[in-house]
Design a protein around this ligand. Structure first.
Ligand code: EPZ
Length: 429
């Protein structure tokens, strides 16, 4: 398994191109199942998770062609043409779904297009049990007959799906996306109350509209979908990855550097801008994106609580904790979305961070310097928080199991090295 080695203490200067959003690309690719037409998705990131979903969709019978390699040496997003003219099978097998739980996003489209689906339950992951009960209950309300057996979701809708009034007890990105796609081809109107408002959900809704879906309320917590008989192909560019942008903004602050994040958008960062401003990180809009740097040289501890969008995103919690580890003062970081998203804490403590956990909250007391150490990546965002800590630490940090990192961050060592970081990827440990 690859490792990444960082010698900390270098200020990052320069620019980083923000790639297409992983968490927008995955549902958009699943949407290709809804039509016989060709869906052309551009600005796709080069990530392991995208490759995994390409494999799953190919298994289901989607013809996928990679097109339009950009003109500047492969550093722009990839373009894929996806065409599900024929669906060869409606089973998403365990060995693919367990690699990437977002595979469960094929459930709604397969049910809506073919009237049946057999999708492996994703199983838990490092950050929590991550059930899909809300997906299942909503699809049952739309007329699907669903049984769970042998670790699989067996779903049938022989007479097709019908519109329903869905009220989620809490916002769920995946459940909102599954229902959005299923409702686009259901008979009648579906209303989703307490829908997730993450920008990636809006990106999916806009793509479905381009395919012919009738969707109102995009960007709000109440979505109205009038089903249509069929959807067509479309062309759609994936939005920029706000979590990647936030991660590299924190990289600028933690190294007291100055980075331009090309393609980033302040409005998609929700509460992040304000929270990080309190910590002493200025995000300034530029014609090409955002400029990130410290406001006045020091960092202050701030309290952060993760919430559904537009609140502070759980996907930036670990990165923020790395930043707070070297801030002046204390910071209370509360994780309200997932039950086990503090796997980065013991690793940060190996680097000298002063962190105390109390249930879903972490009390972080800033220390003057972190020290480099061998650490282990456990999940996607925990991994990158260790990279951030390594950039600021004195000495050498070697991070193991970086396959976690490769799932969500494209060429991270290349992007950081181009801005002055002393970072390299090592082979097998
Ligand atoms: C999406 O996961 C993202 N993944 C996650 O990003 C992100 O952390 C999460 O949304 C929250 O923003 C993708 O978009 C591919 P949820 P998802 O359904 O859809 C509970 C990353 O690092 N819940 O919004 O799985 C659930 O357990 C990943 O890129 C149920 O109880 O998240 C969680 O506590 C990690 N029942 C909460 O809701 C359900 O049926 C929010 O989960 C569904 C969810």
């Amino acid at each position: 398994m690859d490792r990444i080695c960082i010698r900390g203490g270098r200020r990052l200067q320069g620019e980083i191109r923000i790639g297409g959003a992983k968490n927008a690309a995955l549902p958009l690719m699943a949407a290709s199942l809804l039509t016989e037409g060709t869906l052309r998705l551009s600005n796709l990131p080069h990530l392991a998770d995208i490759t995994t979903l390409v494999r799953l969709l190919t298994t289901l019978g989607v013809a996928i062609e990679m097109n339009g390699q950009d003109g500047n040496g492969g550093h722009a997003g990839r373009t894929l043409d996806l065409c599900a003219a024929e669906i060869a099978q409606t089973e998403a097998p365990y060995d693919l779904v367990r690699k990437m739980r977002a595979s469960v996003l094929v459930l709604g489209p397969l049910l809506a297009r073919c009237g049946r689906a057999r999708v492996s339950l994703p199983g838990g992951c490092a950050i929590g049990t991550r059930p899909i009960d809300m997906h299942i209950r909503a699809l049952q309300q739309m007329g699907a007959e669903i049984e769970l057996e042998g670790g699989y979701v067996e779903a049938r809708a022989p007479k097709g799906l019908k519109g329903a009034h869905i009220v989620f007890n809490m916002p769920s990105v995946g459940a909102t996306e599954n229902v959005l796609m299923a409702a686009s081809l259901a008979r009648g109107e579906t209303v989703i109350e307490n829908a997730a408002r993450e920008p990636e959900v809006g990106d999916l809704a806009r793509c479905l509209r381009a395919m012919g879906a009738h969707i109102d309320g995009i960007g709000t917590d109440r979505l109205q979908i009038e089903g249509v008989d069929a959807l067509g192909g479309a062309e759609h560019a994936v939005i920029a990855d706000r979590i990647e942008a936030g991660t590299y903004a924190i990289a600028a602050a933690i190294t007291d550097g100055d980075l331009e994040l090309v393609g980033a958008r302040l409005d998609e960062l929700g509460a992040v801008g304000e929270a990080l401003a309190g910590a002493g990180l200025t995000l300034e809009e530029t014609p090409r994106g955002l400029r990130a740097r410290r406001t006045n040289g020091s960092l202050a501890g701030v309290d952060v609580m993760t919430e559904p969008f537009p609140g502070f995103p759980t996907d930036l919690q670990a990165q923020t904790m790395a930043l707070m580890a070297t801030a002046e003062g204390a910071s209370m970081i509360t994780e309200t979305i997932f039950e086990n998203r503090f796997m980065h804490v013991p690793e940060l403590m190996r680097m000298g961070a002063n962190i105390n956990l109390h249930g879903g909250s972490a009390m972080v007391r800033g220390v003057p310097r972190l020290t480099g150490a061998p650490v282990m990546a456990t999940d996607l965002r925990a991994s990158v928080s260790l990279v951030l800590a390594g950039l600021a630490a004195e000495g050498e940090t070697v991070i193991g199991r970086v396959y976690h990192l490769d799932r969500g961050y494209e060429r991270v060592e290349e992007k950081l090295a181009l801005c002055g970081a002393e970072i390299e990827r090592l082979g097998e440990e």
